[in-house]
Design a protein around this ligand. Sequence first.
Ligand code: FPP
Ligand code: K
Ligand code: ZN
Length: 469
Amino acid sequence: MATTASRGSSIGPNAEPDTSSVPVIPSLLTSHPPIRDALATDSSQLQDETVEECAPFLTGYGHDRCNTHGTPPLLRDRHVKFLQKQLGMLPSIFKSADPSRPWIFYWCLNGLSILGEDVAEYRSRLVETVRPMQNKDGGFAGGFGQTSHLATTYAAVLSLALVGGEDAYEVIDRRSMWKWLCSLKQPDGGFQMAAGGEEDVRGAYCASVIISLLNIPRNLAHDSPACSAGHTDLFGGLPEWVGRCQTYEGGVSAAPGFEAHGAYAFCALGCLAILDSPHRTIPKYLDVPRFLSWLSSRQYAPEGGFSGRTNKLVDGCYSHWVGGCWPLIEASFRGPEGQPAARPADKPLEQVDDSLFNRNGLIRYIFCCCQDMSKRGGLRDKPSKYSDAYHTCYVLSGLSSAQHKWALVSARADATLLDGDRWFVSPFMSAKGQIFEEVDRVGTTHPVYVIPQQKVDDCQQYFAVKTGF
Ligand code: FPP
Ligand code: K
Ligand code: ZN
């Protein structure tokens, strides 16, 4: 947490609670932080307003079905319906989102899958929809006739992996994908997002995900711009380039010299965890203590949620971008832990809470502030915002990482392999008590690829036998 607030002043409507009926909520999550910057600015004003906005929700306002910890239930069916609707015909106000259609597929399919839905039934629809989005020169665009982009390619590939099966995998033209990735690879080691486009850490992550999921050959085509710097490998100079994105604050920016942001931090760790096992790459290319200090400062009290950057506000989507950093950073200093002892799957083991962030704080922010409790459903940034597919996907993914514990079981023996690390997930249940109902525990996604672990394995297995194209 950013601060400890046991002596802070109370906020919200339950400042003087009738203790007989009011749930017990730690004062850290119901009080202003005890240490406040005396300098009032537009940022501190917005921060105060956000605390006031969240406070009534955090104490159970408007929820008639809160449990004894003041946590409302997960409105699973409503969120499922919301995502299903987003996969259908959309009204004309979505026109500007047309180039992001592969993203909408990914957010919805991944969100549905975290909520326990089988998304394989979308296979034939998805296959026919994304096929025309692939360009002859490689990669996927946001729609037919548009330019290929690494972000839409990443979203299309993950969507195909989510529905799985040969028909989906075979949509992808690996040879043209390889050629296109070679054309985006830059002499300084990074990747442009599109031909002539910006070079940033999203590119480093998206390219690493695509290459390692599809077993794309790593040798560089002779006409790649990166060859001029002597590179011969698609990954040449990439971890060094990612390392240069770490800022004085300890977080990671889009490209060297910019402001640290949670979304880019996740991309950096994800990329490094693909290039080799995280306990080798992360400490080698990042200053971990400085990174940890910045990452810890992303969780706010009393809101409980994460912000994306210094002096900005909590937002549900950072439950994933920031929350998803924790398992990777933990694996980086724990290293491979070996196969855990077998335990009954239906009974979570109570664990000593040695977590590096306040899991219950984040879980409370998500259940109380991020759910649209109306018929609309879906999850959101904060109570004053509308739910959307992006926030629904990433709030659920963040909830999943707060409800589970990931461990690296074994690391790849050979650093040239890209799919050798084995991860193990278990339900997290703090010995201090669980503030949500067991039925409200959501599914899991792979800590690096952010789709279910089984879908990652299936996809990598399918392409592993393809040597060359
Ligand atoms: C700031 O928005 C947001 C950014 C600077 C980064 C956005 C990037 C992503 C969400 C994802 C990238 C990842 C991949 C895999 C493509 P803001 O100023 O509206 O929000 P803030 O106030 O919370 O910083
Ligand atoms: K935001
Ligand atoms: Zn957001």
